[in-house]
Design a protein around this ligand. Structure first.
Ligand code: AP5
Ligand code: MG
Length: 286
């Protein structure tokens, strides 16, 4: 169902008690137990094909963090993640959508299986997603990196599985009206090999239809067809929206409302900077 958007152009809402830190777990306990993940059956997953580029630890943050970005399909998770990574390079970006598309392009067993769900606008089964994400999570944490999880968890089962391994200490919830999303998605083009995203009204390529860095052709995602987009929005309401309450109860979530990533991002940046600074002070006084 389409939602009417009645709020001002930009509004930020604090949800839960994230600013108090009272309910937040110590960043030093971000990693819980990895023994079980190491023994998970990963045979079908080719790490070289899916892993995000590594980034080095930033001297500005001495603690490993686990940050999630939640939001509707086409709600700007990838766009905001890109901005976070350029300001906070200590995070390693794990985008499940990008990883799955890489598997599809490489025609791996996982990719062939996942494509059936993705093209229909359905979620890929939880057991597949949990294994895929945990592999990257293990590597990042082993390297002392912080994680930025984009598109995971998306179901309660995934959230519980993640909680068994990591303490999620920050969650960004992007709240964008459906009308804006539908407009944006129809205008989105991607460079399949890198996952770079363009939008003809917001971030156009220098040359129409071509990737800025490689000059290769841009394509539209198969799941950006209108019927898939509506299914994805419905699936979000049914499977993913309950996670907002789940993380509210943990006191780690902050909601950002608006229609423009460029307006929303400065608020995200300020909030994230405050959270990281507070945790570093806490860690240094323990
Ligand atoms: P995924 O790739 O994660 O798709 P999604 O959640 O549907 O989100 P999108 O990537 O489409 O959008 P986004 O929020 O990143 O927004 P973006 O920044 O691109 O997943 C794809 C599929 O994989 C799923 O449907 C599912 O099948 C499967 N999957 C993935 N994870 C799974 C999981 N955990 N469990 C099960 N299945 C899973 O922005 C959108 C557009 O808006 C872009 O064109 C952008 O340029 C534009 N834009 C951004 N800001 C502005 C602005 N200010 N003005 C105008 N346009 C703007
Ligand atoms: Mg995305």
């Amino acid at each position: 169902m389409m939602q009417a958007f009645v709020s001002p152009a930009f509004r930020r809402t604090v949800v839960g008690k994230s600013s108090s830190l009272l309910h937040r777990r110590s960043p030093t306990t971000v990693v819980r137990s990895f023994a079980s993940i190491y023994h998970a059956d990963m045979e079908d997953l080719s790490h070289e094909e899916t892993s995000s580029p590594s980034s080095t630890s930033s001297p500005s943050s001495s603690c490993a963090h686990s940050l999630l970005i939640l939001g509707k399909p086409g709600g700007g998770k990838g766009t905001i993640s890109g901005k976070i990574l350029s300001d906070f390079p200590q995070f390693r970006h794990v985008s499940t959508g990008d990883q799955l598309r890489q598997h599809v392009r490489n025609e791996t067993k996982l990719g062939l299986e996942a494509k059936k769900y993705m093209d229909e606008g359905c979620l890929v089964p939880d057991n597949v997603m949990i294994k895929m994400v945990m592999k990257d999570a293990v590597e990042a944490i082993k390297n002392g990196q912080s994680l930025l999880l984009d598109g995971f968890p998306r179901t309660m089962e995934q959230a519980v599985a993640l909680d068994e391994q990591l303490d999620v200490d920050m969650v960004i919830n992007l709240c964008i009206p459906n009308e804006t999303i539908i407009e944006r998605i129809s205008d989105r083009w991607i460079h399949p090999a890198s996952g770079r995203v363009y939008n003809y009204s917001y971030k156009p390529p220098k040359v129409t239809g071509m990737d800025d860095e490689t000059g290769e052709p841009l394509v539209q995602r198969d799941d950006d067809k209108p019927e898939s987009v509506l299914k994805r929005l419905n699936k979000y309401e049914e499977a993913t929206r309950p996670l907002v309450q789940y993380y509210e109860e943990k006191g780690v979530i902050q909601t950002f409302r608006g229609t423009q990533s460029d307006v929303i991002y400065p608020e995200v940046q300020e909030w994230l900077g405050e959270q990281l600074a507070e945790d570093d002070v806490e860690a240094n006084t323990i």
